[in-house]
Design a protein around this ligand. Structure first.
Ligand code: FES
Length: 108
């Protein structure tokens, strides 16, 4: 599937994302090195750091998973949270999110 990612410098990247590797959006950003090393995925994808926060720009065009309680709680505490904030590590790469467009939140 394709995922569109706007990095922290405002550059847009359309990347191929595998649905068969048990990967999430945070790991995808890391795999393509779209955020500076050490600034994303700090908690290892446990919904405990919010370094993977992103803004979803086309919510209506994809079928995102509901927020789980851990994600809700972390977004309650995190900085720069908007209505369309999600934690990248809690969004699995599945066919339902083909075409998802996100913008990485600023480094907190
Ligand atoms: Fe820490 Fe997502 S990597 S909350």
């Amino acid at each position: 599937i394709k995922i569109i990612i706007i990095d922290r410098n405002g550059n847009e990247h359309t990347v191929d994302a595998p649905t068969d590797m048990n990967m999430n959006i945070m790991e995808l950003v890391r795999a393509y090195e779209l955020a500076e090393e050490g600034t994303i995925g700090i908690c290892g994808g446990m919904a405990m750091c919010a370094s993977c926060q992103c803004y979803v720009l086309n919510e209506d065009e994809v079928e995102l998973p509901e927020k789980n309680p851990d994600e809700e709680a972390m977004l309650w505490e995190a900085f720069n949270v908007k209505e369309n904030s999600r934690l990248g590590c809690q969004i699995a790469i599945t066919p339902e999110i083909d075409g998802l467009k996100i913008e990485l939140a600023p480094e907190a």
